[in-house]
Write a protein that binds this ligand. Structure first.
Ligand code: IPE
Ligand code: IPE
Ligand code: MG
Length: 253
């Protein structure tokens, strides 16, 4: 079995993979279809990647599904995205239960339409005890927004005397982010040829490896995901140290 430690093991599987699923609109455009058809097709890719991650035993998969900035898109597109999300959640619940996958969300989920929140609450509760894999969806999520909310919590705790400013550490900040309790992503994948982070996991991706692909999200599947994992396994993570420190020569064993 490949090690989950990351870093120096050539066959290492990431413990946490995060994906910026991009290119649905362009995929539809290339086919002369409305953008929403790209979102519909993108759901298949979600299913393929979740299945593959679960089979491999990757314990954390995080998918950027809807950003805070995406609220600014045309109303009809936002509405379709929300109803596709609701349909997806309802349809996938049996699979999540069957494979013992816990659903988790990050972002301002209270801003989602009531119909989505209601299904979300139900599925979060139904999958709460699953420990094999955590599937996290970024919904109305943005990294800066998340950091602002964490800073507000800390500021009010400091103002009420519950934390001393000098006790504010990286760990205390991480504990107040939406991802509290999760490991940082080891690998961030972005599809559709864009080479940017678009406000995703800004704090958590500090030492993540990035794999970019030109493939548009609706064309992304198992083969592409396995390829990204293979690329990741060949990376040398040093975390600021020298090669010798990060990869001590094996002592003949
Ligand atoms: C990603 O595809 C899905 C969301 C951001 C919700 P896009 O809708 O951004 O597709 P492009 O980038 O316009 O092709
Ligand atoms: C990032 O994609 C957000 C999601 C995948 C949910 P966008 O399409 O919104 O990002 P930009 O606008 O190209 O940076
Ligand atoms: Mg896009």
């Amino acid at each position: 079995m490949p090690s989950h430690k990351g870093g120096t093991d050539a066959a290492a599987l990431p413990r946490h993979v995060a994906i910026i699923m991009d290119g649905n609109g362009r995929w539809a455009g290339l086919r002369g279809l409305p953008r929403v058809e790209g979102h519909r097709a993108g759901v298949r890719s979600v299913r393929a990647v979740v299945e593959c991650a679960r089979e491999l035993g990757i314990p954390y998969l995080t998918l950027y599904a809807f950003s805070v900035e995406n609220w600014g898109r045309p109303e009809a597109e936002v509405e379709t995205l929300m109803s596709l999300l609701r349909e997806f959640l309802i349809r996938e619940l049996p699979e999540l239960v069957r494979h013992r996958i816990r659903l988790n969300v990050i972002g301002e989920t209270w801003k989602l339409p009531a119909a989505v929140r209601e299904v979300l609450q139900r599925i979060l509760a139904a999958t709460e005890s699953h420990a094999e894999m955590t599937l996290t969806l970024g919904l109305s999520y943005a990294g800066r927004n998340e950091i602002v909310r964490a800073v507000r919590k800390l500021a009010s705790e400091a103002a009420s005397g519950n934390i001393q400013p000098e006790k504010i550490t990286e760990e205390e900040i991480a504990l107040r982010l939406d991802t509290a309790g999760m490991p940082d992503p080891d690998l961030v994948i972005r599809t559709s040829g864009e080479l940017r982070i678009s406000n995703f996991l800004l704090w958590q991706a500090a030492y993540a490896e990035f794999v970019f692909t030109d493939v548009l999200w609706p064309d992304y599947g198992k083969a592409e995901f396995l390829h990204a994992l293979e690329v990741y396994s060949r990376r040398h993570r040093r975390f600021g140290l020298t090669t010798e420190q990060a990869e001590p020569p094996s002592n003949g064993g």
